[in-house]
Design a protein around this ligand. Structure first.
Ligand SMILES: [Zn+2]
Ligand SMILES: [Zn+2]
Length: 353
């Protein structure tokens, strides 16, 4: 197999020739047809996350080993099954759930793989989709994209389930109850599309950019509010007709977390998704008196990936714009993303796909 791998952090990806893995046990070997280039790939390639205040989280200290084929938004065709793998056959096209864990703990057995304490995510801790082949540990991590465009379906494995799982955490909620989405970038636009497909009718988008607010309105947000300056919580409350039950913060920085928290009503939930960073200091009596929930949300689980694909199959889930480029241009694609030149998603495409 060939891979376009990180050999040294911050240096160009190298095309390497590796032995094609042999699937054992329940493993399934797939030939990669599509792989999305995600913003978190830039951090993995750089080798660190900036935690603010001069603090850095080094990914090699966290168990990321080089060389690594990144890529966690993968669609591929089954080419070989391990002796204990059932439920798929050679030739099947599948979305690969990448947020795999140890496979044996209670979280993994309950299909909450993304909550496993020994995460083995594809494209992070083991080789992912920036290569010609990838190994899925178990057939239950494979989801049939059906008639969906595989380039779009690939993005459901990360950006798709990230917003789906966050929305899931505030559901069920009446379709006319306001849901506030902070941030109208890629995730925010995806969240509007998912909420619309779920027939939710009251979506308030908050963003500092007038251009992004217009885009949110065009995509179907009920209202779009300016998230800059003072008084944002009050603007949300005014627009919603009162304090709100649900805020999903896709930015999650010091300022947005503050106004998101301040806009909550009794029983309200703040779901924190973004990795902008910073901190939140809250008056503790509000938590019990208002019975509030502040909950983090990180990617999603295989059940949510299947539910999202079903929603896309059955409903009217607007696809985010994708542009495909050959796999061999993985590094150029990564650099375009880093330089902010990507609208929607770049998806790597195998030559044969
Ligand atoms: Zn991602
Ligand atoms: Zn586990």
């Amino acid at each position: 197999m060939r891979a376009w791998a990180v050999v040294e952090n911050g240096k160009p990806l190298q095309e390497l020739e590796w032995p094609t893995p042999e699937p054992t046990g329940t493993e399934v070997l797939l030939e990669v047809t599509h792989c999305g280039v995600c913003h978190s790939d830039i951090h993995i390639w750089e080798g660190h996350y900036d935690l603010g205040g001069g603090k850095v989280m080094n990914l090699q200290d966290r168990g990321v080993v080089l060389p690594l084929a990144m890529g966690h938004e993968i669609v591929g065709r089954v080419v070989k099954l391990g002796p204990d793998a059932t439920g798929v056959k050679v030739g099947d096209l599948r979305i690969v759930f990448p947020w795999v864990g140890c496979g044996v703990c209670d979280a993994c057995l309950a299909e909450d793989d993304n909550m496993c304490l020994k995460g083995r995510s594809l494209g992070v801790y083991q080789n992912g989709g920036y290569g010609t082949h990838v190994v899925a540990p178990h057939p239950r991590h494979l989801v049939d994209p059906g008639t969906l465009d595989p380039a779009v379906a690939a993005t459901y494995a990360c950006s798709g389930i990230t917003v789906y799982s966050a929305i899931n955490k505030v559901m069920p909620i009446s379709p006319d109850e306001p849901i506030v989405l902070v941030g109208a970038g890629g995730l925010g636009m995806n969240a509007i599309a998912v909420l619309k497909a779920m027939k939710h009718r009251n979506i308030i988008s908050v963003d500092v950019s007038a251009e992004k607010r217009d885009a949110a309105l065009n995509a179907g947000a009920t209202k779009a509010l300016d998230g800059s300056g003072e008084g944002v919580a009050q603007r949300i409350i005014d627009a919603a007709g009162g304090p709100v039950l649900a805020v999903i913060d896709l930015v999650n920085g010091t300022a947005s977390a503050r106004f998101a928290f301040d806009a909550l009503r009794k029983g309200g939930k703040l779901i924190q998704v973004g990795l902008f960073g910073g901190e939140l200091t809250i008056p503790l009596p509000y938590m019990p008196i208002r019975a509030l929930t502040v909950q983090g949300s990180y990617v999603g689980n295989p059940k949510e990936l299947r539910a999202l694909v079903k929603l896309a199959q059955d409903g009217d889930l607007a696809a985010l714009p994708v542009a495909t480029v050959p796999q061999s241009q993985a590094y150029e694609a990564l650099m375009r993303l880093r330089d902010g030149k990507v609208n929607g998603r770049i998806v790597l495409r195998a030559d044969a796909a």
